[in-house]
Design a protein around this ligand. Sequence first.
Ligand SMILES: N[C@@H](CCC(=O)N[C@@H](CS)C(=O)NCC(=O)O)C(=O)O
Length: 198
Amino acid sequence: MRARMALLQAGRAFEAVEVSLGNKPAILLAISPKATVPVLQLPDGSVIEESWDILRWALAVPDVHGWWARAQSPANLDLLLRNDGDFKHHLDRWKYPQRYATESLAPDSHRDRAMDVLLQPLEARLNSAPYLGGATPCATDLAVMPFVRQFAAVDPIWFARQNLPSVRAWLDGWLVSPLFVTCMVKLPAAGVIRFPSL
Ligand SMILES: N[C@@H](CCC(=O)N[C@@H](CS)C(=O)NCC(=O)O)C(=O)O
């Protein structure tokens, strides 16, 4: 989602191919032995295999509205690191407890650690500005939002009870944004969709 949103925001048309992670297609393995998603193949055949690198490619040059520059502040780089590191670790273990059944920490403890590592700092940031980019969004908003959405969706009733009014307002805004809504379209199995959709 972060890669799709960045490409759309930058006005770069692309084709998205649905991939079943349990049955990775040959076309993916051929261009990226690492075979995680997302993977972006450029018209010259070169391949970008990390989502943040796709955001950089999409947004940094030219950085028309500063979406890339504003993501380079120490506070935003710190938040990205938390999101892609400890938060993702705890989110996965809360969301998919059966996959991590042999681990010692209970799912609720992972949920609470995820709150400490990302949601509380995010709430503090969003108390003082509507976006991580300040008055307007930046690449960090795009990078963090899909994971916060996942976190909120694991137990929506529990999430609604948390004291996170600024996070909720920010998330709710993204969920109805044209950028997110356009990207969220379900791809046909083994099919290709051209963005922006014609
Ligand atoms: N650091 C990578 C992480 C990519 C990643 O782990 N993607 C997951 C899906 S969200 C995946 O492809 N999992 C399947 C696998 O690892 O085989 C990035 O940001 O691109």
